[in-house]
Design a protein around this ligand. Structure first.
Ligand code: MOS
Length: 718
């Protein structure tokens, strides 16, 4: 039984005979599947191998494409010589800029047209690792072998991959997520402050590095383009493909049945594997599968841009903040706009008399960056929460107390009320469990043998909300319900969570729910992105369920009801809606080798109502491990001379391994989002946000040395 259910009084009554309106009133919780720990519904399938990922689906007549990428960083393709390739065994064709289908260059992401998707449209090479051809053959090995025989020559041009806040090409970033903040007189407040911290913080390029490499299979069937692809939102991907290839959206069907992690890297419009697979199937009239190698994932799929941030904070002697001035720069590509919104937390986390934020984009010759694991907030919080720790240091104050003294009553920049702000509860409960009260706040005071020991903390938030989605529910004649929503499960357990949400909304047992997801034909739906997948899909399911229940009465079954949330979302009053957390860490530093080990990590989270404590905790722990990985290991390195990635694989790009991960505790304070029908916020990304700063602050506490550049490598500690 995949659903070990708690005893439910509701289960005794037949479905559809109740008049309860779905309600997330925390004082009167419905007896339901929500709030109950359940293992993943697809878990047995995953561990026994019956669940298929995008590259696993058997298919008649399947051909394989091998991606060829540019070996230079900027210039033009002089020639692609295919003569050696044409007669090779199994080769079906070579697609390059000379014969590829023409694309609609308006196609892009939310930020505008995205040239990262406009592959094989001309002879220009805009960055290293740019896909420049696809070799298609009967087998993957034949395609790979032929690709190696392709002779490509270039006319190289000078490139620039050197990025900094002071780069001459720096320009104001897009205000996609709202304008930069200017509240109060920052300069006057800084001048009047008892202490001022003015420091630079840097974070490198970081890759999504999901376990499953990107793969797409495309074929034409009955005048429709059929796609199985590894992505975070099949509906949005289908819309992008339709635009890109100038197709009627109804002609495109994208499925993403099981996805082995995304972390943002499968959320940007559509991936190169998909663009190339569609080109190949359209050109050759065969189903074509394109799967990226690990190294191609690093070189061709969007990454988090490097950031360079200057934070100035002024405070009174009692710890009251007078000014926060946060200037943030990040890399972009000329091919596409993007916003790494590093100043998000500076606008909302603390009260200050003056707040100024500035976001700067610096175009360099790289592939277009995009969201990765808590975009903006994660590198931004490293800067802000490190600077806050530096303020506490200069004031000789408990850094936890500094946070508590600067709790705002309304949004410090927006002036809007908070829907529910439970940061203080996270801070106090986290401190209690961690044993923070015994900490000597002076650095370099704890030793164990030759090891230096330190503790550190950070406060965080992450935006919560829902985006338009639609769901339909059918009451079947046998008492079961079919729930259809274009959601995707990127490994988080979305199927299990949404089954619980549907069961609660319908007042039935999860076993009575048949959930259909991961198919663009199921209608418009938001992606598993921005920590807004579950909130967006749950909203649609809950509303559809309420509508269905109101119609059930004497209706003849089967009965189907659909609901689109676009209108209800528009009626939400503007408010500051965020998840919150407090992160505590303990590290040891070996002064002889510079080795940093994280010994303990504790995160207390306020993430609204928790749908499934088992899965939510798992996501938060995973997020904290990614934060640890960011703090100590992850660093995409580019060689300025060649412009190429130096470490485009797991041999060179280090991520936290099991042996790096200590005991991690992630737990929840009671919370509830009044603006959401199910009372939920989001758990996708907040686990990552704040963790790097908590670790860097612990390293300072252990050693007395500030770590303002990530990752905290051995050579930076010594
Ligand atoms: Mo997430 S980085 O918003 O896919």
């Amino acid at each position: 039984n995949a659903f070990p259910t708690s005893a439910s009084a509701d289960a005794e009554r037949p479905a559809g005979h109740r008049t309860v309106t779905p309600s997330a009133d925390p004082a009167n919780p419905p007896m339901s599947a929500v709030g109950t720990a359940r293992t993943r519904v697809e878990g047995p399938g995953k561990v026994t191998g019956s669940v298929r990922y995008a590259a696993d689906e058997p298919m008649q007549d399947l051909a394989f494409g091998w991606v060829v990428t540019s070996t230079v960083t900027r210039g033009r393709i002089r020639d692609i010589d295919i003569s050696a390739v044409e007669g090779m065994p199994g080769v079906l064709g070579v697609i390059d800029h000379r014969n590829a289908p023409r694309l609609n260059l308006e196609a892009g992401s939310f930020f505008g047209p995205d040239g990262g998707m406009h592959l094989l449209q001309n002879d220009e090479v805009p960055h290293s690792g740019r896909p420049i051809a696809l070799v298609v053959a009967e087998t993957m090995e034949q395609a790979r072998s032929a690709a190696a025989a392709l002779r490509v020559t270039y006319d190289e041009e000078p490139h620039d991959v050197n990025f900094s806040l002071e780069h001459p090409a720096a320009r104001p970033a897009t205000s996609f997520f709202g304008e930069d903040a200017t509240v109060g007189d920052v300069d006057a407040e800084l001048a009047a402050s008892a202490v001022v911290v003015d420091e630079r913080y840097r974070t490198p390029e970081e890759h999504g590095a999901a376990m499953e490499p990107h793969s797409a299979t495309a074929w034409w069937e009955d005048e429709r383009l059929q796609v199985i692809d590894s992505n975070q939102g099949p509906f949005l991907v289908a819309m992008t493909v339709a635009t890109l290839f100038s197709l009627d959206p109804a002609q495109v069907r994208v499925r993403a049945p099981h996805v082995g992690g995304g972390f943002g890297s499968k959320s940007a419009g559509c991936g190169p594997q998909l663009v190339l697979a569609v080109m190949a199937t359209t050109t050759l009239g065969r189903p074509v599968r394109v799967t990226l190698t690990r190294s191609q994932v690093f070189q061709t799929v969007s990454m988090r841009p490097a950031t360079d941030q200057r934070v100035r904070i002024g405070a009174d002697a009692d710890g009251r903040l007078r000014a926060i001035d946060h200037a943030s720069a990040f890399e972009v590509s000329e091919l596409a706009d993007y916003l790494e919104n590093c100043t998000e937390l500076s606008n909302t986390l603390y009260a200050a008399s003056a707040i100024r934020t500035r976001r700067t984009a610096v175009p360099v010759d790289i592939l277009p960056p995009y969201s990765v694991r808590g975009p903006g907030a994660t590198p931004g919080s490293f800067a802000l929460e490190s600077a806050m720790d530096e303020v506490a240091e200069r004031l000789r104050m408990d850094p936890l107390e500094l946070r508590l003294r600067n709790e705002p009553t309304v949004g410090p920049v927006s002036g809007l009320p908070f829907s529910r702000r439970n940061l203080v509860a996270c801070l106090r409960e986290g401190a209690r469990r961690f044993g923070w009260v015994t900490r000597d706040h002076r650095p370099r005071t704890r030793r164990e043998g030759r090891l230096l020991v330190g503790t550190g903390m950070a406060a965080t938030s992450f935006g919560a909300g829902a985006l338009p989605s639609s769901a339909s529910i059918t009451a079947e004649t046998d008492g079961t319900f079919t729930v259809a929503i274009g959601a995707s499960d990127i490994g988080t357990g979305a199927r299990t969570a949404l089954s619980a949400v549907a069961a609660e909304a319908l007042r039935v047992d999860p076993e009575q729910i048949r959930l259909l997801i991961a198919d663009s034909d199921l209608g418009p739906a938001w992606s598993a992105g921005g920590s807004r997948g579950t909130t967006s899909w749950s909203w649609a399911i809950t509303e559809a369920a309420a509508e269905l229940r109101s119609q059930l009465g004497d209706a003849t079954l089967p009965l189907t009801v659909s609901f689109d949330t676009t209108e209800s979302l528009g009626e939400l009053p503007p408010m500051e809606r965020h998840s919150y957390s407090a992160v505590f860490s303990e590290v040891t530093v070996d002064p002889a080798t510079g080795e940093v080990r994280v010994r303990r990590l504790l995160g207390m989270f306020a993430v609204g109502r928790v749908i499934n404590p088992l899965l939510a905790r798992s996501q938060l722990v995973g997020g904290m491990i990614m934060g640890l990985s960011m703090a100590l290991h992850e660093e995409g390195v580019r060689d300025p001379a060649t412009g190429r990635h130096v470490n485009a694989d797991f041999a060179g790009y280090h991520i936290a391994a099991h042996a790096d991960v200590p005991d991690i505790e992630a737990d929840f304070v009671p919370d509830y989002e009044p603006g959401d029908p199910s009372g939920i916020k989001g758990v996708g990304e907040i686990g990552t946000v704040g963790t790097a700063a908590a670790i860097a602050n612990a390293v300072w506490h252990a050693t007395g040395l500030r770590q303002r550049t990530l990752p905290i490598r051995l050579d930076r500690v010594l």
